[in-house]
Design a protein around this ligand. Structure first.
Ligand code: 4UW
Length: 526
């Protein structure tokens, strides 16, 4: 019986890169983890974790901004037969607690910056501090660095799986709200992630020189887009990634110039800065032949502006946490704007009307898609899973798409509740639940309003106040302060607060967000 599994796949080295080829390069310090080091450290961490009592099927949570050794934790854990859940580094202690509990994490790895919040959440979750580790080499507040778990020279074999096991064994639990409700643990199997690597490699191969390509990794590794491209595709292909802990325009331009980055994976708000900010002219970005944009809609105007200014080519791709994650990629030589490209090999899709009937070419409808990369389901949520993946295996994306005669798709709208702030997920249900804990709020609904300037949606709350609460500036400020102090940065109510007499709802009590969008649009274009 052939043995497989994600670790074996990632280190299978199809491009025969040498062990000393850098894979992760710290943009600031220039420190490097090479392909050989990544494999060796991962397999040694795997050995150390097992020695520490880590069991097959245990979950380890990573709560940190990007570092060059993030991939060591990821692949070391997967090699040990574990499940990795990645938490947004900007989460509050309570947001982290939610994820630790939902994912039933047994281990937590964090960075210095997040240590206090990590310990607070770990304590509340009942996690022993012996199972909390730090990136780096220092022990702080009794918390040891993960490097102490790595055994001196002892590698252990990565856990092995049959093909069927690889299909049914969860490797990652990234969190996504899907089409409705709160954040849910998305179970991505070993096979889901490996299949997506192969699918993307197939689609990009004709247009990419693996020997000279270089990526820049500022997209957060805890989000499926960064996780997939930087921690899986890059080592699988043997492509170096210049790692940045977070986005900063000047540092981004410096790094592209210094390290001669060839392909930059971005989100639309980054392209706005590249199109508009004068400081960009101070840098030679000519090595970056492509900007690959995803996670939120990109307008033709914006990609054209960037192409013209930087003499480069912006292409789009589309994905979801639930599709592990890529499903559509525009070939690097494609000149069309405002489209997400063709479906990846091995997938099938249809575009359907409200009754689930397929619509014709050029017609709008919800995108449904199926393939080897579609998630196993939501953790412990069979109903939410059944509402998202139908009996024929189609994932209902909640995005409205159009297909043309060339087989190219465009995303033209979103029907699900989800708000995207600069590519990050904001679940309206979560902000609504938080607002309802406030005594001044009788009822509320949160939607995204589009901001052209920043090329992103901003979360806005529509609120019915309790009797006696004034509908004035002071109340607005108080409500915004309340929300903003309880959530991670990307969930802040940047779209403001509006008052309503009554929150529009269906007979079944479902918030009619469409009506709120009409109100928001009328306000934007008086
Ligand atoms: N245009 C319009 C797009 C687009 C888009 C995503 O947070 P999640 O679950 O996941 C992501 C994953 C992004 C991704 C993009 C390209 C890519 O190659 C890759 O992996 C290799 C991953 O963002 O949010 C999913 C939702 O984000 C929106 C859309 O609403 C989708 O359902 N979205 N890409 N190009 N909208």
């Amino acid at each position: 019986m052939p043995q497989t599994g994600l670790t074996r796949f990632i280190f299978s080295n199809p491009n025969s890169v040498s062990d000393d080829k850098p894979i992760f390069i710290d943009a600031e310090s220039g420190n490097v983890i090479s392909f050989g080091q990544l494999r060796n450290l991962s397999l040694r961490l795997n050995a150390g974790l097992r020695r520490h009592g880590f069991k097959k099927g245990d979950t380890l949570c990573i709560y940190s901004s990007n570092t060059i050794d993030y991939g060591v934790i990821v692949h070391g854990t997967i090699a040990a037969g574990g499940v990795v859940t990645t938490a947004n580094a900007a989460y509050t202690a309570d947001e982290l607690l939610f994820q630790l509990q939902e994912s039933n994490s047994k281990y937590l790895v964090t960075n210095d910056e997040n240590l206090d919040k990590a310990l607070e959440a770990a304590t509340k979750a009942g996690l022993s501090h012996k199972c909390v580790f730090l990136f780096g080499n220092r022990t702080i507040k009794g918390v040891r660095p993960y490097t102490q778990v790595i055994l001196a020279n002892e590698e252990a074999e990565a856990e092995e799986y049959t093909f069927e096991e690889a299909k049914s064994t969860t490797a990652y639990l990234c969190f996504s709200s899907g089409t409705t409700g709160r954040s849910k643990g998305v179970m991505s199997s070993h096979l889901n992630i490996a299949a997506n690597c192969v699918q993307i490699a197939q689609a990009m191969k004709p247009h990419m020189d693996y020997h000279t390509a270089r990526f820049i990794g500022f997209l957060p590794f805890y989000h499926i887009y960064g996780l997939s491209v930087m921690l899986h595709l890059a080592p699988y292909w043997g492509i170096p990634v210049v790692v940045m802990p977070r986005f900063d325009l000047v540092k981004f331009c410096e790094a592209i110039q210094k390290y001669k980055v060839t392909i930059a994976h971005v989100v639309p708000p980054v392209l706005v800065l590249l199109a508009k900010e004068p400081i960009v002219d101070n840098y030679d970005l000519s090595s970056a032949t492509h900007f690959q944009c995803g996670a939120a809609p990109l307008s033709a105007e914006l990609s054209t502006a960037v192409n013209t200014r930087l003499n480069t080519k912006c292409v789009q791709s589309y994905g979801m946490t639930e599709s592990s994650p890529g499903s559509h990629i525009q070939p690097l030589d494609d000149d069309e704007h405002g489209v997400i490209g063709k479906m990846l090999p091995g997938m099938r899709a249809k575009i359907v009307d409200d009754n689930g009937n397929e619509v014709g070419l050029g017609q709008r409808g919800e995108l449904w898609m199926a393939g080897p990369n579609i998630m196993q389901g939501y953790l412990n949520m069979p109903e939410a899973t059944a509402a998202t993946i139908d009996s024929e295996g189609y994932l209902h994306t909640g995005d409205v798409a159009v297909l043309d005669e060339r087989g190219t798709f465009a995303i033209v709208d979103r029907v699900k509740e989800l708000i995207k702030y600069k590519g990050f997920q904001v679940a309206p249900a979560e902000l609504e639940a938080l607002l309802l804990t406030c005594e001044k709020v009788a009822d509320c609904a949160v939607i995204g309003v589009y901001d052209e300037q920043q090329a992103t949606e901003l979360p806005r709350a529509y609120i019915k106040v309790t009797e006696g609460t004034p509908r004035n500036e002071a109340t607005i400020k108080e409500l915004i302060r309340f929300v903003d102090s309880n959530v991670a940065n990307h969930k802040k109510l940047r779209g403001g607060v509006r008052f309503l007499d009554v929150v529009p709802k269906s007979a079944a009590g479902k918030i009619l967000r469409k009506e709120l969008r009409v109100i928001a649009n009328a306000e934007a274009q008086p």
